[in-house]
Design a protein around this ligand. Structure first.
Ligand code: MN
Length: 271
């Protein structure tokens, strides 16, 4: 084997010496370049979330999500909040499903899961960002707040977690981020406390107070900015309280945070 390999390597030398490799390299340099295109070969839509009191939308750059940010939810997910701090994951910007206030959004039951869960969450929307943002200045970057659902294929999330694989298939699928309109801070307030709840078919399932978050929105921004450069257009799903649970087609979900528009979706059959 060794002799054969040496023979093969030796055989390669004359190719280079003959200039054949050089010729191939020179030819690749003559291919048309891709320098600084000014437009794409097709258009990609920019995800915009409607803003209360403004005809313009909020352009979404990234969706960050906080995991296990309420102690009771961390425990129900099998972790110890005193030993394991909250953490981050992302959803793609086009996972947004906007639902207008006063309407009920049709939310198709997704593929591949048999255990589809709701998670009601406060969402903070950033108008600016940076790196290593101090907690004391973090809220200056918040444009507004919305009410959102971090929909989760719980069986797939758990299976991937058990195998120490990424969560994407459980968390970051199409339509996994229903959200209501963004309320600018100057029309509401910073949401450091207040009731958050979720009901299914009229029965309250999740009920907590935003002050029970382990990391406040200001802390979330400060911590995130240590790992990522935050920018205008980033939105942060702040984590869900305890008592997450399953829905099936036909179920009606109603989410509330005091001071924000209600958010409601109906689970429809798989498409
Ligand atoms: Mn969540």
């Amino acid at each position: 084997m060794r002799a054969n390999r040496r023979t093969m390597l030796q055989g390669a030398v004359p190719l280079a010496a003959a200039g054949l490799l050089g010729a191939a390299s020179a030819r690749s340099q003559t291919l048309p370049g891709a320098a600084s295109p000014s437009r794409g070969i097709f258009d990609l839509p920019q995800m915009l979330i409607p803003v209360v009191g403004d005809e313009r939308g909020f352009p979404v750059r990234r969706i960050y999500c906080i995991g296990r940010n309420y102690a009771a939810h961390a425990r129900e997910m099998g972790s110890d909040p005193n030993r394991e701090p909250p953490f981050f994951f992302q959803k793609p910007a086009d996972a947004i499903q906007y639902v207008a206030p006063g309407s009920v959004g049709d939310h198709p039951y997704p593929t591949l899961t048999k255990n589809y869960h709701y998670e009601v969450e406060l969402v903070a929307a950033l108008k600016s960002g940076g790196r290593n943002i101090p907690e004391a200045r973090a809220l200056e970057h918040v444009y507004g707040y919305a009410l959102g659902l971090d929909m989760t294929r719980r069986d797939l999330q758990r299976a991937m977690g058990n195998e120490k694989k990424p969560w994407e298939i459980g968390k970051s699928f199409d339509g996994s981020a229903p959200i209501g309109p963004i309320h600018p801070v100057n029309q509401v307030r910073h949401f450091t406390d207040g009731a958050i709840s979720l009901a299914v078919n009229g029965a309250v399932k999740q009920q907590a107070d935003l002050k029970d978050m382990i990391w406040s929105v200001a802390e979330q921004i400060a911590k995130l900015s240590e790992a990522f450069e935050l920018k205008a257009g980033d939105i942060i799903y702040s984590g869900t309280p305890e008592n997450v649970g399953p829905v099936v087609p036909g179920d009606l979900i109603l989410c509330k945070i005091d001071g924000l528009s209600d958010l409601s979706v109906r689970i429809t059959p798989p498409v």
